[in-house]
Structure formats: structure tokens, C-alpha cells
Design a protein around this ligand. Structure first.
Ligand code: FMN
Length: 175
């Protein structure tokens, strides 16, 4: 599969079969996430890998209210760990670069999932405080995304995008 095919294959999947992920699949997902571009190569991220349906079910509804989340085979809780970026860039480091780093990591992870025939979803609308409490996440790390992964239970149609002309402004001589 080339990148064009992979990019078109990925979509947000919200419902999974009972199949567990193999250790190899989990390693490949983490390898992809940590291969992402990141500010200064400080790798200002930390990944909690939540396994087991019982532990995953404990996210619902307090941390995340979607019932479908319970069917996830695994959940990656993606956190910033921005001490070095903060020391070097201040708030821009902690509140922008570190979050951008994690967004790049999540996208890499999700594309790897699609390449492996797995489904995933970027979940941002969760309760950060409850999540921190549930997993014992220390103050130095900030949970910014939940990424449930599993074998898709059904096919998900591709969601349309705005036409390129609506979201792009070309600037320069040939515009
Ligand atoms: C920053 C961010 C936050 C998101 N939060 C949620 C969420 O809380 N719950 C959810 O079901 N999907 C969430 N999504 C997934 C989007 O709804 C989805 O990417 C969008 O509808 C486009 O669909 P597609 O990913 O299938 O192309 C989020 C995506 C991003 C990038």
C-alpha cells in the first residue's frame, strides 16, 4: 500500500471486534508514534498503554462518555511531558510545541493502525482530571488524547472534506 492508499484507508473507527492485538502490532504502533517529527527531538511525550477490557471499560462514562469506547482492544493515552521544552521555550514549548508533538505522534500511530488493518480514533473530548486520577498520571505529564485501537467491527465510510480551494490560500507570484 502506498501512502496515498494508506491515507485514504484511514478513518475514525468507533466500534471494534473482540480480537486482541498481538505484541508485535502494539510494538509497531508505538514505533510509529515515536518516529513522528517533534520539537528539538526532545520527544516530549509519554504513552500509557491500557490493556484489558475491564480496565478500558472503567473509562466510560466518567472519563469518556461514548459507550463504543468499551469495545476497544487497547487504548493509548497520549501525554505531553514538556519539562525540557518548557525550560527552553517557556509557554510556547509547553502549550504549543509539546501538544503539536503529540498530535504528530497520534497521526503516525493511526496511519500505522490503518496499515495493519486496524481501526483507531483520536479522542479529545475526555475528562483530563478523571483520566489523570484513573491512571495515576503525575503532574509533569498532561493527557491530551485517548487513542482506542482494535479490529474494526464494521466498515466506516470515508468522511468528506471541504474542497481544497475553500481551505487553501496560495501566496506568491503564480497565485
Ligand atoms: C483533535 C481531535 C479531537 C477529536 N475528538 C474526538 C472525540 O472526542 N470523539 C470522537 O468520537 N472523535 C473525535 N475526533 C475524531 C474526529 O471526529 C474525526 O477525525 C473527524 O470527524 C473526521 O473523520 P475521519 O477521521 O474519519 O476522517 C477527534 C479528532 C481530532 C483530530
Amino acid at each position: 500500500m502506498n501512502f496515498y492508499e494508506l491515507m485514504n484507508k484511514r478513518r475514525s473507527v468507533r466500534g471494534f471486534t473482540e480480537r486482541e492485538l498481538t505484541d508485535d502490532e502494539i510494538s509497531m504502533l508505538l514505533e510509529a508514534a515515536t518516529a513522528a517529527p517533534n520539537a528539538c527531538n526532545y520527544q516530549s511525550w509519554h504513552f500509557y498503554v491500557v490493556r484489558g477490557r475491564e480496565k478500558i471499560s472503567g473509562f466510560v462514562p466518567t472519563i469518556y462518555r461514548g459507550e463504543w469506547f468499551r469495545s476497544s482492544a487497547i487504548v493509548f493515552v497520549v501525554c505531553t511531558d514538556a519539562e525540557k521544552l518548557g525550560a527552553r521555550f517557556g509557554e510556547r514549548g509547553t502549550d504549543l510545541f509539546a501538544i503539536q508533538d503529540t498530535a504528530c505522534a497520534v497521526d503516525h500511530l493511526m496511519l500505522m493502525a490503518a496499515g495493519l488493518g486496524l481501526g483507531s480514533c483520536f479522542v479529545g473530548a475526555f475528562d483530563e482530571v478523571e483520566c489523570r486520577r484513573y491512571l495515576g498520571i503525575p503532574e509533569g505529564r498532561r493527557p491530551v488524547a485517548l487513542v482506542p485501537v482494535g479490529e474494526p467491527a464494521t466498515d466506516t465510510p470515508k468522511r468528506p472534506r471541504k474542497p481544497i480551494g475553500e481551505v487553501v490560500t496560495f501566496v506568491g507570484e503564480d497565485s
